[in-house]
Design a protein. Structure first.
Length: 136
């Protein structure tokens, strides 16, 4: 099943949903990613400097990992194509106008935006307004 490519349709059907819980980014040595899978990361990414993990706050704290500030995750429930053009820019631009930091993660079915925990409710409101403004 392929995702939506049309930007107008993507924006009109974003359906942003705030995921339960807070998350943090942590970096661990790049050697053995399987050593960290038991932490059940929301996401992971390999970089030259180390393996980046996106973890629930509680998991990272219990594992004594150095982390980023707490973030909340907003999932766009529209099934976006990985080849769609402009969705990330539209989301980032809308949040930037409101002074909200956005860390976008694209997965196979959906795009996810991690925002500072204190800005999460406002970020959902911004993205909902963006979607309504694009209504088709």
């Amino acid at each position: 099943m392929s995702g939506v490519l049309d930007l107008a349709t993507l924006l009109a059907t974003l359906d942003p949903v705030l995921i339960e819980g807070e998350f943090v980014y942590a970096s661990v040595p790049p050697g053995r990613p399987e050593d960290y899978l038991h932490l059940k990361p929301l996401g992971l990414f390999f970089e030259a400097e180390g393996l980046t993990l996106i973890l629930p706050v509680e998991t990272a704290a219990a594992s004594d990992l150095a982390t980023s500030a707490p973030l909340r995750c907003i999932t766009m429930n529209v099934h976006s194509s990985l080849e769609a053009v402009g969705l990330t820019a539209a989301i980032a631009t809308a949040l930037t106008k409101e002074g909200i930091s956005a860390n976008v993660v694209a997965a196979y079915y959906h795009d996810h935006v991690l925002v500072p925990a204190g800005d999460a409710t406002r970020a959902v409101e911004v993205l909902t307004s963006l979607s309504k403004a694009a209504g088709i």
